[in-house]
Design a protein around this ligand. Structure first.
Ligand SMILES: Cc1ncc(C[n+]2csc(CCOP(=O)(O)OP(=O)(O)O)c2C)c(N)n1
Length: 365
C-alpha cells in the first residue's frame, strides 16, 4: 500500500560464503578477495585469539583477575572484520574485542591489567595501535566513533573507523545518536554489531521488535547488512565493502554479524540459568575456527606443520600472558597524578611531593 514501510518485507537471510562444513555456499554472491598468505594469517589470528581468551578465563577462575569477558565463538566476527581495515584505520572496541586487539599488535597483558584492576583502561598506546580504550558503559562507543569519523572527514583524511558493540547496545539511546549523527554527516564509520544472541540473559528476540538489527540502518539512511558471523570469509567480504564505501565518501554501514557467545557473558555470569544445553550444542557445530580450517584443508592451505606452529605460538603467547599477570602489583602511585592536566596545578604538585616524601620514608605508595 502507498506510503507504507513494511518490516515484514525486509530481508532476514545472512550473507554466507562458507557453509558450516567449510564448502563454498551454492548461493554465495561474494568473491574471496584474499591471498593465500592472508588466509593463513587470518587462521593464525583466530587460533591465537581463542588461546589467549581461554587463558584469560582460566586466570580469572584462578583468582588472578576480578572479572573477564570472553569472546569464545566470536573469533570469525572479530578477525574477519578487523582484517578488512587498513593499519591506519581506527578501532573503537567494547569490552570483548580481544581478537582485533591482538591483530593490532596489542599485548593482551595490557588488556588484562584492566580486568585485574592494576590499571584502569589498559596501558596500550591508543594512537600507536589506533585502538581506543575498552568501553564498558554499554553503547557509548558508537558516539565516540561517530565523532572521530566526523573529525576524520573534516580533516580530509582517508581514515575509516570501525566500532564494535553487541545486540543489547542497539537499544541504547547513544547507539541511535551515534548512527543518526554519522548518517547525517556521511561519516566514514562502520557500525559492527556482534549479535551473539544474548545481552547477558536477555535473548535478541526480546531485545528488539525490528526484523533484524541490520534493518535499523534504514532509519539512519545508510545500508545495513546481515552476515553469518561464524563465516570469517563472509564477514571479511562485507566489512571490506563497507570500509571501501566509507573511504570513498559513501558514509556509514551497519553490519550485523550473527554469532554466538559460547561462554558466559562475563566470568561473573552463569549462562545455564537462561539458555539450554541444546542451543549451545547447536552453535558448537557452527564453530568458526573448525569451519575455516575445513575450508583451508580442502584448498590444501593447512599443513600439519602450519597448524602445529600456530598452536605452539598461541601456547607461548598464553604462557607469556600468564607470566605477566600472575602476581602483578599495582601501578606506581605517582600515576595518580598523570593524564589529567597538561600542566599540574600547584595543589597537586604539593601532594605529589608529599607522596614522594612518604615513599622515601618507606611508607605505602
Ligand atoms: C549503560 C550500561 N548499562 C548497563 C550495563 C550493564 N551491562 C554490561 S554488559 C550488558 C549487556 C550488553 O549486551 P550486548 O550489548 O549484547 O553485548 P555483549 O555483552 O553480548 O557483547 C549490560 C546490560 C552497562 N555496562 N552499561
Amino acid at each position: 500500500m502507498k506510503g507504507v514501510v513494511d518490516p515484514g518485507s525486509l530481508p532476514t537471510e545472512a550473507v554466507q560464503i562458507l557453509t558450516p562444513d567449510g564448502t563454498i555456499a551454492p548461493d554465495a554472491d561474494r568473491a574471496i578477495d584474499l591471498k593465500e598468505e592472508d588466509l593463513r594469517e587470518i587462521y593464525r589470528l583466530m587460533v591465537l585469539t581463542r588461546r589467549c581468551d581461554e587463558e584469560s578465563t582460566n586466570l580469572q577462575r584462578q583468582g588472578e583477575l576480578g572479572v573477564y569477558c570472553p569472546c569464545l565463538g566470536q573469533e570469525a566476527a572479530q578477525i574477519g572484520s578487523a582484517y578488512a581495515l587498513e593499519p591506519t584505520d581506527w578501532i573503537f572496541p567494547s569490552y570483548r574485542e580481544l581478537g582485533p586487539a591482538l591483530l593490532r599488535g596489542i599485548d593482551p597483558a595490557d588488556i588484562l591489567h584492566m580486568f585485574r584492576g592494576t590499571w584502569h583502561g589498559g596501558t596500550w598506546d591508543f594512537r600507536k595501535h589506533r585502538f581506543a580504550p575498552y568501553c564498558v558503559p554499554v553503547g557509548t562507543q558508537p558516539l565516540h566513533a561517530a565523532g572521530f569519523g566526523i573529525a576524520a572527514k573534516l580533516d580530509r583524511s582517508d581514515v575509516v573507523v570501525i566500532v564494535y558493540f553487541g545486540d543489547g547496545a542497539t537499544s541504547e539511546g547513544d547507539f541511535h545518536e551515534g548512527c543518526n549523527f554519522a548518517g547525517v554527516w556521511r561519516a566514514p564509520v562502520v557500525f559492527f554489531c556482534q549479535n551473539n544472541q544474548y545481552a547477558i540473559s536477555l535473548p535478541t528476540a526480546r531485545q528488539t521488535a525490528a526484523p533484524t538489527i541490520a534493518s535499523k540502518a534504514l532509519g539512519y539512511g545508510f545500508p545495513g547488512v546481515r552476515v553469518d558471523g561464524n563465516d570469517v570469509l563472509a564477514v571479511h567480504a562485507v566489512t571490506k565493502e563497507a570500509v571501501r564505501r566509507a573511504r570513498e565518501g559513501g558514509g556509514p554501514t551497519l553490519i550485523e554479524a550473527m554469532t554466538f557467545r559460547m561462554g558466559p557473558h562475563s566470568t561473573a555470569d552463569d549462562p545455564t540459568r537462561y539458555r539450554g544445553a541444546e542451543e549451545v550444542e547447536s552453535w558448537k557445530r557452527l564453530d568458526p575456527i573448525h569451519r575455516f580450517a575445513a575450508y583451508l584443508e580442502r584448498e590444501s592451505l593447512l599443513t600439519g606443520d602450519f597448524v602445529a606452529r600456530c598452536a605452539g605460538e598461541a601456547d607461548e603467547a598464553a604462557a607469556r600472558l600468564r607470566e605477566a599477570i600472575v602476581g602483578a602489583g599495582p601501578p606506581p602511585a605517582e600515576q595518580l597524578f598523570e593524564h589529567v592536566y597538561a600542566v599540574r596545578p600547584p595543589v597537586l604538585e604539593r601532594q605529589l611531593e608529599r607522596l614522594r616524601r612518604l615513599q622515601a620514608r618507606g611508607g605505602e605508595g
